[in-house]
Ligand binder design. Structure first.
Ligand SMILES: NC(=O)c1ccc[n+]([C@@H]2O[C@H](COP(=O)([O-])OP(=O)(O)OC[C@H]3O[C@@H](n4cnc5c(N)ncnc54)[C@H](O)[C@@H]3O)[C@@H](O)[C@H]2O)c1
Length: 365
Protein backbone atom coordinates (compact mmCIF):
# COMPACT_ATOMS: atom_id res chain seq x y z
CA UNK A 1 0.00 0.00 0.00
CA UNK A 2 1.24 3.48 -0.84
CA UNK A 3 1.42 5.52 2.30
CA UNK A 4 3.60 8.36 3.37
CA UNK A 5 2.65 9.83 6.71
CA UNK A 6 3.74 13.40 6.10
CA UNK A 7 6.18 15.48 4.12
CA UNK A 8 9.04 16.23 6.48
CA UNK A 9 12.76 16.57 6.20
CA UNK A 10 14.64 13.37 5.64
CA UNK A 11 17.53 12.92 8.05
CA UNK A 12 20.32 10.86 6.61
CA UNK A 13 22.54 11.53 9.57
CA UNK A 14 20.30 9.35 11.74
CA UNK A 15 19.38 6.72 9.15
CA UNK A 16 21.34 4.92 6.44
CA UNK A 17 20.34 5.54 2.84
CA UNK A 18 18.29 2.46 2.02
CA UNK A 19 16.45 2.62 5.35
CA UNK A 20 15.59 6.20 4.56
CA UNK A 21 14.43 5.29 1.03
CA UNK A 22 12.30 2.57 2.49
CA UNK A 23 10.78 4.84 5.13
CA UNK A 24 9.61 7.32 2.50
CA UNK A 25 8.90 4.81 -0.25
CA UNK A 26 11.55 5.92 -2.72
CA UNK A 27 11.89 3.53 -5.64
CA UNK A 28 15.35 4.30 -6.93
CA UNK A 29 18.39 6.40 -6.20
CA UNK A 30 21.15 6.71 -8.79
CA UNK A 31 24.60 8.23 -8.36
CA UNK A 32 26.89 9.28 -11.14
CA UNK A 33 30.52 10.40 -11.05
CA UNK A 34 32.54 11.38 -14.10
CA UNK A 35 36.08 12.67 -13.53
CA UNK A 36 36.50 13.66 -17.17
CA UNK A 37 33.73 16.28 -17.13
CA UNK A 38 33.60 16.87 -13.36
CA UNK A 39 29.97 15.71 -13.17
CA UNK A 40 28.76 14.53 -9.79
CA UNK A 41 25.02 13.97 -9.87
CA UNK A 42 22.21 12.12 -8.13
CA UNK A 43 18.80 11.23 -9.54
CA UNK A 44 16.03 10.16 -7.16
CA UNK A 45 12.94 8.44 -8.50
CA UNK A 46 10.39 8.54 -5.73
CA UNK A 47 7.30 6.97 -7.25
CA UNK A 48 6.22 5.93 -10.74
CA UNK A 49 2.76 4.45 -10.07
CA UNK A 50 1.03 7.32 -11.90
CA UNK A 51 3.57 7.60 -14.71
CA UNK A 52 7.21 8.47 -15.43
CA UNK A 53 8.79 10.55 -12.71
CA UNK A 54 9.17 14.24 -13.53
CA UNK A 55 11.02 16.96 -11.64
CA UNK A 56 13.69 19.56 -12.26
CA UNK A 57 17.46 19.39 -12.01
CA UNK A 58 19.06 21.60 -9.39
CA UNK A 59 22.75 22.54 -9.42
CA UNK A 60 23.98 23.63 -6.02
CA UNK A 61 27.24 23.85 -4.14
CA UNK A 62 26.07 21.62 -1.29
CA UNK A 63 28.12 21.84 1.89
CA UNK A 64 28.15 18.03 2.13
CA UNK A 65 27.09 15.08 -0.01
CA UNK A 66 24.54 14.28 2.70
CA UNK A 67 22.92 17.66 2.10
CA UNK A 68 22.67 16.87 -1.61
CA UNK A 69 21.13 13.47 -0.82
CA UNK A 70 18.66 14.95 1.64
CA UNK A 71 17.62 17.53 -0.91
CA UNK A 72 17.10 15.11 -3.78
CA UNK A 73 15.14 12.66 -1.62
CA UNK A 74 12.93 15.41 -0.17
CA UNK A 75 12.33 17.20 -3.46
CA UNK A 76 11.56 14.05 -5.46
CA UNK A 77 8.94 13.04 -2.88
CA UNK A 78 7.43 16.51 -3.06
CA UNK A 79 7.07 16.09 -6.83
CA UNK A 80 5.10 12.85 -6.35
CA UNK A 81 2.57 14.75 -4.23
CA UNK A 82 2.38 17.75 -6.54
CA UNK A 83 1.92 15.61 -9.66
CA UNK A 84 -0.65 13.39 -7.97
CA UNK A 85 -2.88 16.10 -6.53
CA UNK A 86 -2.79 17.92 -9.87
CA UNK A 87 -4.39 14.88 -11.52
CA UNK A 88 -1.39 14.33 -13.79
CA UNK A 89 -0.20 10.93 -14.95
CA UNK A 90 3.29 11.63 -13.70
CA UNK A 91 5.33 10.30 -10.82
CA UNK A 92 7.84 12.21 -8.71
CA UNK A 93 11.55 12.54 -9.39
CA UNK A 94 14.34 15.05 -9.04
CA UNK A 95 18.02 15.41 -9.88
CA UNK A 96 20.84 17.33 -8.24
CA UNK A 97 24.22 18.20 -9.70
CA UNK A 98 26.78 18.88 -7.00
CA UNK A 99 28.88 21.97 -7.77
CA UNK A 100 28.92 25.73 -8.21
CA UNK A 101 26.61 26.63 -11.07
CA UNK A 102 28.48 29.89 -11.65
CA UNK A 103 31.92 28.36 -12.14
CA UNK A 104 31.66 24.61 -12.69
CA UNK A 105 29.18 24.27 -15.54
CA UNK A 106 30.24 23.41 -19.07
CA UNK A 107 28.66 22.07 -22.24
CA UNK A 108 30.43 18.73 -21.65
CA UNK A 109 29.17 18.46 -18.05
CA UNK A 110 25.56 19.18 -19.02
CA UNK A 111 25.68 16.78 -21.99
CA UNK A 112 27.19 14.07 -19.79
CA UNK A 113 24.32 14.69 -17.37
CA UNK A 114 21.95 14.29 -20.35
CA UNK A 115 23.48 10.84 -20.95
CA UNK A 116 22.90 9.99 -17.28
CA UNK A 117 19.21 11.00 -17.60
CA UNK A 118 18.97 8.99 -20.82
CA UNK A 119 20.24 5.85 -19.06
CA UNK A 120 16.90 5.74 -17.20
CA UNK A 121 15.11 5.32 -20.54
CA UNK A 122 12.27 7.73 -19.72
CA UNK A 123 11.63 6.66 -16.15
CA UNK A 124 12.83 10.13 -15.16
CA UNK A 125 12.03 13.29 -17.15
CA UNK A 126 14.04 16.35 -16.27
CA UNK A 127 13.45 20.12 -16.42
CA UNK A 128 15.06 23.34 -15.24
CA UNK A 129 15.45 24.18 -11.57
CA UNK A 130 17.68 26.36 -9.40
CA UNK A 131 21.13 26.95 -10.95
CA UNK A 132 20.17 25.61 -14.38
CA UNK A 133 19.52 27.81 -17.43
CA UNK A 134 17.60 27.21 -20.67
CA UNK A 135 20.97 26.90 -22.50
CA UNK A 136 22.02 24.13 -20.07
CA UNK A 137 18.81 22.26 -20.84
CA UNK A 138 19.52 22.60 -24.54
CA UNK A 139 22.83 20.79 -23.92
CA UNK A 140 21.01 18.10 -21.90
CA UNK A 141 18.57 17.64 -24.78
CA UNK A 142 21.44 16.85 -27.17
CA UNK A 143 21.88 13.56 -25.29
CA UNK A 144 18.32 12.70 -24.22
CA UNK A 145 14.72 13.24 -25.28
CA UNK A 146 13.58 12.97 -21.67
CA UNK A 147 13.66 16.68 -20.96
CA UNK A 148 10.95 19.37 -20.93
CA UNK A 149 10.79 23.17 -20.76
CA UNK A 150 13.27 23.73 -23.58
CA UNK A 151 13.43 27.13 -25.29
CA UNK A 152 10.84 27.23 -28.06
CA UNK A 153 8.76 24.38 -26.55
CA UNK A 154 6.16 24.85 -23.78
CA UNK A 155 7.89 28.10 -22.78
CA UNK A 156 7.72 30.14 -19.60
CA UNK A 157 5.43 28.31 -17.13
CA UNK A 158 4.78 31.47 -15.08
CA UNK A 159 1.49 32.52 -16.75
CA UNK A 160 0.04 29.03 -16.09
CA UNK A 161 1.37 29.05 -12.52
CA UNK A 162 -0.09 32.51 -11.88
CA UNK A 163 -3.44 31.43 -13.32
CA UNK A 164 -3.54 28.43 -10.97
CA UNK A 165 -2.71 30.66 -8.00
CA UNK A 166 -5.41 33.11 -9.05
CA UNK A 167 -8.19 30.50 -9.37
CA UNK A 168 -7.08 28.78 -6.15
CA UNK A 169 -7.21 32.13 -4.38
CA UNK A 170 -10.75 32.63 -5.67
CA UNK A 171 -11.77 29.18 -4.37
CA UNK A 172 -10.30 30.09 -0.97
CA UNK A 173 -12.26 33.36 -1.02
CA UNK A 174 -15.47 31.44 -1.78
CA UNK A 175 -14.89 29.26 1.27
CA UNK A 176 -13.89 32.15 3.54
CA UNK A 177 -16.16 34.99 2.40
CA UNK A 178 -19.04 33.15 0.68
CA UNK A 179 -18.18 34.67 -2.73
CA UNK A 180 -15.21 34.10 -4.97
CA UNK A 181 -15.12 37.69 -6.14
CA UNK A 182 -11.84 39.40 -5.33
CA UNK A 183 -13.18 42.85 -6.22
CA UNK A 184 -12.38 45.27 -3.40
CA UNK A 185 -10.39 42.65 -1.46
CA UNK A 186 -7.12 43.86 0.01
CA UNK A 187 -4.42 41.54 -1.36
CA UNK A 188 -0.72 41.73 -0.48
CA UNK A 189 1.62 40.18 -3.07
CA UNK A 190 5.16 39.55 -1.84
CA UNK A 191 7.46 39.37 -4.88
CA UNK A 192 6.39 40.65 -8.28
CA UNK A 193 8.72 38.54 -10.43
CA UNK A 194 7.52 36.19 -13.16
CA UNK A 195 4.54 34.71 -11.32
CA UNK A 196 3.81 37.69 -9.05
CA UNK A 197 3.38 40.12 -11.91
CA UNK A 198 0.96 37.89 -13.85
CA UNK A 199 -0.99 37.40 -10.63
CA UNK A 200 -1.13 41.17 -10.01
CA UNK A 201 -2.42 41.65 -13.57
CA UNK A 202 -5.35 39.26 -12.94
CA UNK A 203 -6.11 40.81 -9.55
CA UNK A 204 -6.07 44.33 -11.01
CA UNK A 205 -8.46 43.23 -13.77
CA UNK A 206 -10.86 41.97 -11.12
CA UNK A 207 -10.71 45.20 -9.12
CA UNK A 208 -8.79 44.05 -6.04
CA UNK A 209 -6.95 46.56 -3.88
CA UNK A 210 -3.35 45.43 -4.36
CA UNK A 211 -0.30 45.96 -2.16
CA UNK A 212 3.11 44.86 -3.42
CA UNK A 213 6.68 44.56 -2.23
CA UNK A 214 9.91 43.37 -3.86
CA UNK A 215 13.64 43.69 -3.27
CA UNK A 216 14.11 44.82 -6.89
CA UNK A 217 13.14 48.51 -6.88
CA UNK A 218 12.79 49.07 -10.66
CA UNK A 219 10.41 46.11 -11.04
CA UNK A 220 8.43 47.23 -8.01
CA UNK A 221 8.00 50.75 -9.40
CA UNK A 222 7.04 49.54 -12.87
CA UNK A 223 4.47 47.00 -11.62
CA UNK A 224 2.97 49.54 -9.19
CA UNK A 225 2.50 52.09 -11.97
CA UNK A 226 1.25 49.61 -14.55
CA UNK A 227 -1.42 48.01 -12.36
CA UNK A 228 -2.20 50.76 -9.85
CA UNK A 229 -0.81 48.74 -6.92
CA UNK A 230 0.39 50.34 -3.67
CA UNK A 231 4.01 49.78 -2.67
CA UNK A 232 4.73 48.61 0.89
CA UNK A 233 8.04 47.91 2.65
CA UNK A 234 9.69 44.48 2.66
CA UNK A 235 8.86 43.88 6.32
CA UNK A 236 5.81 46.16 6.47
CA UNK A 237 3.91 43.68 4.29
CA UNK A 238 3.24 41.46 7.33
CA UNK A 239 1.57 44.28 9.28
CA UNK A 240 -0.79 45.92 6.81
CA UNK A 241 -4.54 45.58 6.89
CA UNK A 242 -5.27 42.85 4.31
CA UNK A 243 -7.68 40.05 3.43
CA UNK A 244 -5.25 37.85 1.53
CA UNK A 245 -1.50 37.33 1.81
CA UNK A 246 0.09 36.02 -1.40
CA UNK A 247 3.73 34.98 -0.91
CA UNK A 248 5.31 34.82 -4.38
CA UNK A 249 9.01 35.13 -3.54
CA UNK A 250 10.39 33.17 -0.63
CA UNK A 251 9.68 30.06 1.42
CA UNK A 252 9.14 29.90 5.20
CA UNK A 253 7.42 33.29 5.46
CA UNK A 254 4.59 31.74 7.47
CA UNK A 255 6.27 31.37 10.84
CA UNK A 256 5.93 32.28 14.53
CA UNK A 257 6.87 35.91 13.93
CA UNK A 258 4.68 36.59 10.88
CA UNK A 259 1.69 34.67 12.27
CA UNK A 260 1.64 36.99 15.28
CA UNK A 261 1.40 39.91 12.83
CA UNK A 262 -0.58 38.80 9.74
CA UNK A 263 -4.17 40.06 9.77
CA UNK A 264 -5.24 38.15 6.66
CA UNK A 265 -7.90 35.44 6.53
CA UNK A 266 -6.40 33.65 3.51
CA UNK A 267 -2.83 32.69 2.59
CA UNK A 268 -2.55 31.83 -1.11
CA UNK A 269 0.62 32.34 -3.12
CA UNK A 270 3.09 30.74 -5.52
CA UNK A 271 6.17 30.34 -3.32
CA UNK A 272 7.30 26.81 -2.39
CA UNK A 273 7.45 25.66 1.25
CA UNK A 274 5.57 28.63 2.68
CA UNK A 275 5.06 27.06 6.11
CA UNK A 276 8.32 27.23 8.05
CA UNK A 277 7.29 24.11 9.95
CA UNK A 278 4.39 22.23 8.36
CA UNK A 279 3.15 20.62 11.57
CA UNK A 280 3.41 23.69 13.77
CA UNK A 281 2.41 26.47 11.39
CA UNK A 282 -0.08 24.41 9.37
CA UNK A 283 -2.10 23.88 12.54
CA UNK A 284 -1.53 27.41 13.79
CA UNK A 285 -3.05 28.97 10.65
CA UNK A 286 -6.08 26.69 11.00
CA UNK A 287 -6.56 27.63 14.65
CA UNK A 288 -6.40 31.31 13.72
CA UNK A 289 -9.24 30.76 11.23
CA UNK A 290 -6.96 31.46 8.25
CA UNK A 291 -7.48 29.37 5.12
CA UNK A 292 -4.07 28.24 3.88
CA UNK A 293 -4.17 27.07 0.25
CA UNK A 294 -1.40 24.41 0.23
CA UNK A 295 1.52 25.77 -1.82
CA UNK A 296 2.25 22.74 -3.96
CA UNK A 297 -1.41 22.44 -4.95
CA UNK A 298 -1.70 26.12 -5.80
CA UNK A 299 1.55 26.49 -7.76
CA UNK A 300 1.15 23.31 -9.84
CA UNK A 301 0.71 25.33 -13.06
CA UNK A 302 4.44 24.92 -13.74
CA UNK A 303 4.28 21.15 -13.75
CA UNK A 304 0.98 21.20 -15.65
CA UNK A 305 2.85 23.15 -18.33
CA UNK A 306 5.59 20.48 -18.39
CA UNK A 307 3.01 17.70 -18.64
CA UNK A 308 1.43 19.44 -21.64
CA UNK A 309 4.83 19.37 -23.33
CA UNK A 310 5.38 15.67 -22.51
CA UNK A 311 1.99 14.79 -24.00
CA UNK A 312 2.18 17.21 -26.94
CA UNK A 313 -0.80 19.23 -25.63
CA UNK A 314 -1.37 22.93 -26.30
CA UNK A 315 -0.70 25.88 -24.02
CA UNK A 316 -4.48 26.43 -24.00
CA UNK A 317 -4.87 22.91 -22.57
CA UNK A 318 -2.41 23.81 -19.79
CA UNK A 319 -4.29 27.03 -18.94
CA UNK A 320 -7.62 25.13 -18.87
CA UNK A 321 -6.14 22.36 -16.72
CA UNK A 322 -4.90 24.95 -14.20
CA UNK A 323 -8.55 25.90 -13.63
CA UNK A 324 -8.98 22.47 -11.93
CA UNK A 325 -6.99 23.95 -9.04
CA UNK A 326 -10.20 25.80 -8.10
CA UNK A 327 -12.13 22.59 -7.33
CA UNK A 328 -9.09 20.93 -5.75
CA UNK A 329 -8.78 23.80 -3.27
CA UNK A 330 -12.56 23.69 -2.64
CA UNK A 331 -12.30 19.97 -1.81
CA UNK A 332 -9.26 20.44 0.41
CA UNK A 333 -10.91 23.22 2.42
CA UNK A 334 -14.19 21.29 2.78
CA UNK A 335 -12.38 18.20 4.07
CA UNK A 336 -10.13 20.26 6.31
CA UNK A 337 -13.15 21.87 7.96
CA UNK A 338 -15.13 18.62 8.20
CA UNK A 339 -12.23 16.58 9.62
CA UNK A 340 -10.60 19.43 11.60
CA UNK A 341 -7.25 18.67 9.99
CA UNK A 342 -4.92 21.34 8.53
CA UNK A 343 -5.25 21.89 4.78
CA UNK A 344 -1.68 20.81 3.98
CA UNK A 345 -2.33 17.42 5.64
CA UNK A 346 -5.54 16.99 3.64
CA UNK A 347 -3.64 17.79 0.44
CA UNK A 348 -1.07 15.10 1.29
CA UNK A 349 -3.85 12.59 2.00
CA UNK A 350 -5.62 13.35 -1.27
CA UNK A 351 -2.37 12.91 -3.20
CA UNK A 352 -1.77 9.56 -1.46
CA UNK A 353 -5.36 8.42 -2.03
CA UNK A 354 -5.06 8.98 -5.79
CA UNK A 355 -1.82 7.00 -5.98
CA UNK A 356 -3.36 4.20 -3.92
CA UNK A 357 -6.45 4.09 -6.17
CA UNK A 358 -4.47 4.16 -9.42
CA UNK A 359 -2.09 1.45 -8.19
CA UNK A 360 -5.12 -0.90 -8.35
CA UNK A 361 -5.81 0.09 -11.95
CA UNK A 362 -2.25 -0.89 -12.86
CA UNK A 363 -2.59 -4.50 -11.64
CA UNK A 364 -2.40 -7.11 -14.46
CA UNK A 365 -5.82 -8.24 -15.74
N1 LIG B 1 7.71 30.26 -12.18
C1 LIG B 1 6.90 29.24 -11.95
O1 LIG B 1 6.21 28.76 -12.85
C2 LIG B 1 6.80 28.66 -10.56
C3 LIG B 1 6.18 27.41 -10.40
C4 LIG B 1 6.06 26.89 -9.11
C5 LIG B 1 6.56 27.60 -8.02
N2 LIG B 1 7.16 28.82 -8.22
C6 LIG B 1 7.66 29.54 -7.04
O2 LIG B 1 7.03 30.82 -6.99
C7 LIG B 1 7.93 31.80 -6.51
C8 LIG B 1 8.07 32.91 -7.54
O3 LIG B 1 8.57 32.36 -8.75
P1 LIG B 1 9.01 33.30 -9.96
O4 LIG B 1 9.25 32.42 -11.12
O5 LIG B 1 8.05 34.43 -10.07
O6 LIG B 1 10.41 33.82 -9.42
P2 LIG B 1 11.11 35.21 -9.77
O7 LIG B 1 12.53 35.06 -9.36
O8 LIG B 1 10.81 35.62 -11.17
O9 LIG B 1 10.37 36.25 -8.81
C9 LIG B 1 10.60 36.34 -7.45
C10 LIG B 1 10.52 37.82 -7.09
O10 LIG B 1 10.65 37.93 -5.67
C11 LIG B 1 11.53 39.00 -5.38
N3 LIG B 1 12.09 38.79 -4.04
C12 LIG B 1 13.18 38.06 -3.68
N4 LIG B 1 13.38 38.15 -2.35
C13 LIG B 1 12.39 38.93 -1.87
C14 LIG B 1 12.04 39.39 -0.57
N5 LIG B 1 12.79 39.09 0.48
N6 LIG B 1 10.93 40.16 -0.42
C15 LIG B 1 10.20 40.51 -1.50
N7 LIG B 1 10.49 40.13 -2.76
C16 LIG B 1 11.57 39.35 -2.94
C17 LIG B 1 12.53 39.00 -6.50
O11 LIG B 1 13.16 40.28 -6.64
C18 LIG B 1 11.65 38.65 -7.71
O12 LIG B 1 11.11 39.81 -8.31
C19 LIG B 1 9.24 31.07 -6.22
O13 LIG B 1 9.24 30.70 -4.86
C20 LIG B 1 9.14 29.82 -7.09
O14 LIG B 1 9.87 28.74 -6.54
C21 LIG B 1 7.29 29.35 -9.45
Amino acid sequence: MFEVKKIEDINLVENPVIAQMSKYNHEQLLFYNDNATGLKAIIAVHNTILGPSLGGTRMWNYATEMDALNDVLRLSRGMTYKNSISGLNLGGGKAVIIGDHRTQKSEALMRRFGKFVNSLAGKYITAEDVGISPIDMTYVSMETDHVVGLPGKSGDPSPVTAHGVYVGMKASAKAQFGSDSLAGKKIAVQGVGHVGEYLVASLAKEGAEIFITDIHEPTLKRVAEQYGAKVVGLDEIYDIDMDIYAPCALGATVNDDTLSRLKCSIIAGAANNQLQNEDVHGRMVMEKGIIYAPDYTLNAGGVINCFAEVEGLSSKWAMDKAIDIYSTIENIVKRSQAENIPTYQIANKMAEERIEAISKVKLPL
